[in-house]
Design a protein around this ligand. Structure first.
Ligand code: ASP
Length: 595
């Protein structure tokens, strides 16, 4: 039944045929996406990467052995057909298909290979579990949505390469086997057979190498770089993911922003056929937290956080009064949710539960009815205070007010969370409305409660703002960094910084976080040494490629942008990684596994 190819070649691919091909003799090869028997006439949808072509087998026009073969075609068989291209009869065209006006009247057919019945339908119908789809990833990749994400990913990378190359960036590969460096996340390690007891690490990012490339004088570097982090995976993280990684010499953040904006603008023009207005808006971390309670704000959501500490503090509500007493460390913040006054008590209770889960002591609320308040904390606001409050919150008739009161950052985070949650649930946010925003001037340090010490908010090579240099040691908490993120529709899309290139600043930063010089040299000695040989001012950024693909082209998670992703527990269901290795290999590596 299975026939050899016999050197036959395709005349067209399955997405090619158009009315002008009518009457041509064609030879197509592909997979049997669907076979239907319409009263003896067989219809085959033949699919390849480029599209689907309808093939017709008419019993009266086929030799019996050919007809027999056609009838034997099963789902996902690999099939070769020869015949005549023709227009479909009027009224039977399929407008959803590029080839939908055409069909091939087959006179010869060969089965090039058979297929087991796929464990789930490949036409997007049915609800196969993701585990099953990951197990048979090669079948899942035949589905239109995943396939087109791969195609889009390729195009995006091509555009990025071309744009950056045109801007004089050089694509340079950095090693995959690197020195283990504790950099936040855990390293994946590779035993060094030639050096028993020693290990390479797989890079968490090319960070140190790209900085050294700047010391080497390459001026502008980029790489489509794989990053590997052995983290306890949160939803939508992958142990290996890809960054568009870049670094530049003699720059300020404006230059880095300009390159990223230009890159995305070029991707929009080439691959999405859209104009992308640049430059993107910018806001400081402080402003992002104050207005959106998040460092990756979704600017599509039509309401913002307002600070009403003063006004609420003069109400009769004790919680609000004590927030005013503790200001500015404590605050009362509010969200006025447009048109949501009709929310049921159950819904409001749900919001409160979410607030409590985020660490809040509670969540106060009130409905706006005309020019007055109703329900919840309404009773604590009297007379003129109501109109003052409404003015300050921007609340209008029919709105629901949600108040968070307490430590400032916590209140911001809680309302930021609710803003995202309610914004997505109750408002139709357009996934094609891309709203980018730079968030910059993050704090340089974060206070680590458990270790009772300052730690770097990003990494230890991030340059403080020039104006904050005097406070590096005296007041580390107020030092802001030349550290920036690009956010888009609530996602963190990129992150980077201007780096420290001066030894004195680097040493001060290490002192603040309690890193001894010996420790620093053990971990980053090669970089610090390189810095002693004429390190230029430099900075860079890395964009999450997988995330960009999903944001621009669709998908539920970054798994939909990766050909062979892993599960949430970092396993590959298709090939069974990770897996034990041969005991002989372990012996050679001088590694013993503890039972
Ligand atoms: N290496 C950094 C990261 O992976 C990005 C950068 O600072 O360029 O987050």
């Amino acid at each position: 039944m299975i026939e050899p190819l016999l050197g036959r070649k395709r005349t067209h691919r399955c997405g090619d045929l158009r009315p002008e091909h009518a009457g041509r003799r064609v030879l197509l090869m592909g997979w049997a996406a669907r076979v239907r028997d319409h009263g003896g006439v067989l219809f085959l949808d033949l699919r390849d990467r480029y599209g689907v072509t309808q093939v017709v087998f008419r019993p009266e026009k086929l030799e019996p052995p050919m007809l027999e073969r056609a009838r034997a075609i099963g789902s996902e068989f690999v099939v070769l057909v020869e015949g005549t291209a023709g227009k479909r009869p009027p009224g039977s065209e399929n407008l959803d298909l590029a080839t939908g006006a055409m069909e091939v009247e087959a006179d010869r057919v060969s089965i090039l290979n058979m297929s087991r019945t796929p464990p789930f339908p490949l036409d997007g119908t049915g609800t196969a579990s993701e585990d099953l789809r990951l197990r048979y990833r090669y079948l899942d990749l035949r589905r239109e949505s995943l396939k087109s994400n791969m195609v889009f990913r390729h195009k995006l990378v091509r555009s990025v390469r071309e744009y950056l190359s045109d801007q004089d960036f050089l694509e340079i590969e950095t090693p995959l086997l690197v020195k283990p460096t504790p950099e936040g996340a855990r390293d994946y390690v590779v035993p060094a057979r030639l050096h028993p007891g020693k290990f390479y690490a797989l890079p968490q990012s090319p960070q140190l190498y790209k900085q050294i490339l700047m010391v080497a004088g390459f001026d502008r570097y980029f790489q489509i770089a794989r990053c590997l982090r052995d983290e306890d995976l949160r939803a939508d993280r992958q142990p290996e993911f890809t960054q568009i990684d870049l670094e530049m010499t003699f720059v300020t953040e404006d230059d880095v922003f300009g390159v990223v904006e230009g890159t995305l603008r070029s991707v929009f023009a080439r691959d999405l056929g859209r104009d992308l207005p640049i430059p993107f808006p910018r806001m400081t971390y402080e402003e992002a937290m104050a207005r959106y309670g998040s460092d990756k704000p979704d600017l599509r959501i039509p309401f913002e956080i307002r600070d009403i500490t003063e006004i609420a503090g003069t109400s009769a509500f004790e919680v609000f009064r004590s927030a005013l007493a503790g200001a500015p460390k404590t605050a009362t913040l509010v969200l006025a949710l447009p048109g949501l006054a009709g929310a049921s008590r159950r819904e409001i209770d749900g919001y409160e539960a979410a607030a409590k889960q985020a660490g809040a002591a509670g969540l106060a609320w009130a409905r706006v009815k005309g020019a007055s308040l109703d329900g919840g904390v309404a009773k604590h606001f009297a007379g003129a205070l109501v109109s003052k409050l409404l003015e300050a919150t921007g609340g209008k008739d029919g709105d629901l007010l949600l108040f968070a009161s307490g430590p400032l950052r916590l209140a911001q985070r809680v309302l930021g969370l609710l803003r995202t949650q309610i914004g997505n649930a109750a408002f139709k946010l357009d996934s094609q409305d891309f709203r980018f925003v730079w968030v910059h001037q993050f704090p340089l340090f974060e206070w680590n409660e458990t270790r009772s010490s300052w730690g770097p908010a990003h990494h230890i090579f991030t340059m403080p703002l020039d104006s904050d240099l005097p406070y590096l040691e005296s007041d580390p908490g107020r030092v802001r960094a030349q550290l920036y993120d690009l956010a888009g529709n609530g996602n963190e899309l990129a992150s980077g910084s201007v780096r420290i290139h001066r030894k004195d600043i680097q040493e001060t930063v290490m002192r603040v976080i309690g890193m001894k010089s010996e420790e620093a040299h053990l971990k980053f000695g090669f970089l610090l040494e390189a810095f002693e040989y004429g390190a230029p001012p430099h900075g860079g950024i890395a964009l999450g490629l997988d995330r960009l693909v999903v944001l621009f082209h669709g998908g539920d998670s970054i798994r939909d942008a990766i050909a062979f992703p892993k599960t949430a527990s970092a396993t590959s269901l298709m090939d069974g990684a990770p897996a034990p290795i041969d005991p002989a290999d372990l012996r050679e590596l001088k590694i013993r596994i503890e039972p």
